[in-house]
Design a binder for this molecule. Structure first.
Ligand code: ZN
Length: 112
């Protein structure tokens, strides 16, 4: 796996290790919350969400904890949900598209 992609995955799954001030300090509230593309694992619909807390995040539309960080598939031209971190560590092909076998990338066109 490319080093940059792995870094991105860790950032999305464990935001607290990457975001300065993420420890409940007063200053943390003034920081701009980074945003990223998440995919609902029930509907497979991609949406842009604030990167807050550990994945999966709660989908504001359904109230269910089903949002996983998305990785973009250049071949399908759609966002796929990221598998859980332990699965990424165990499975060499975890960040490849299950349909086309193409390596997923961290960036792509953002959904509305
Ligand atoms: Zn794909």
């Amino acid at each position: 796996m490319a080093a940059g992609l792995r870094q991105r995955i860790l950032f999305l799954l464990l935001p607290c290790i990457s975001i300065a001030g993420c420890g409940g300090s007063e200053e943390a509230t003034t920081n701009v919350v980074p945003r990223a593309v998440y995919v609902d694992t029930l509907t497979m619909k991609a949406m842009v969400c604030d990167v807050e807390g550990e994945a999966p995040l709660v989908n504001p539309a359904t109230g269910k904890r089903t949002l996983m960080p998305g990785l973009y598939c250049p071949k399908c031209q759609r966002w796929h949900p990221l598998p859980p971190l332990d699965q990424i560590n165990r499975t060499p092909n975890a960040t490849k598209c299950s349909k086309t076998g193409v390596e997923l990338v961290a960036d792509g066109p953002w959904p509305e």
